[in-house]
Design a protein around this ligand. Structure first.
Ligand SMILES: [Cu+2]
Length: 231
């Protein structure tokens, strides 16, 4: 999750997010090199006389400053497209989870299980236990098995929302009348926090997402327990 004075992205828990962080660092390095070069040239322009004998007719330098940016753009575009197609890749999922945005809470449906659905509201500050996070904790956490490919279906009941979990590299718009699909997978157990990322009304900041990834066997126990409770 996010920490105070954090500069970079949140730690990755899914392979896609690992790729996204690597791509972010790659792009940042290119931006750093370009900015350094531009700053250096600007300082030269300010400190030296702006005269040069061959400035008006310099075919070679024009060739270089046209082709070089094109190569740099390709160096950014190719890995970017690679990750774009990776996020769109659908492996046979173990489980399907449907998240539906409401003003202002999320509801979840585990379509593979009978009657396994619940609403997930923000935990009011006065209900928080020591160690829990204000504005990030929910009353019903979304439990999922780790190391399993999960198909997320995201939709909305009223206005536009966006189902976002930064450490999984997932951000999907929840659009009324439309079902968006994305793959999820966590490589480790734990709690992963997210928030609605589409301005959806006055309580937009108060519909957090908490995913709890647990071991496969424990997930089955959890699902069957909820089934028994619902009977
Ligand atoms: Cu929302």
């Amino acid at each position: 999750m996010a920490t105070p004075a954090q500069l970079g992205l949140q730690n990755a828990t899914s392979p896609i997010m690992e790729e996204l962080i690597a791509f972010h660092d790659h792009a940042l390095m290119i931006i750093f090199l370009i900015s350094s070069l531009v700053l250096y040239i600007m300082s030269l322009m300010l400190t030296t006389k702006l005269t040069h004998t061959s400035t008006m007719n310099a075919q070679e330098i024009e060739m270089i400053w046209t082709i070089l940016p094109a190569i740099i753009l390709i160096m950014i575009a190719l890995p970017s497209l690679r990750i774009l197609y990776m996020t769109d890749e659908f492996i046979k999922p173990y489980l399907t989870l449907k998240a539906i945005g409401h003003q202002w809470y999320w509801s979840y449906e585990y379509s593979d299980y009978e009657d396994l659905a619940f609403d997930s509201y923000i935990m009011p500050t006065y209900f928080l236990e020591p160690g829990e996070f204000r504005l990030l904790e929910v009353d019903n956490r979304t439990t999922l098995p780790m190391e399993a490919d999960i198909r997320m279906l995201v939709s909305s009941h009223d206005v536009l929302h966006s189902w976002t979990v930064p450490s999984l590299g997932v951000k999907t718009d929840a659009i009324p009348g439309r079902l968006n699909q994305i793959m999820l997978a966590s490589m480790r157990p734990g709690l992963f926090y997210g928030q609605c990322s589409e301005i959806c009304g006055s309580n937009h900041s108060f519909m957090p997402i908490v995913l709890e990834f647990i071991y496969f066997q424990d997930f089955e126990v959890w699902a069957s327990y909820l089934y028994i409770v619902s009977l």
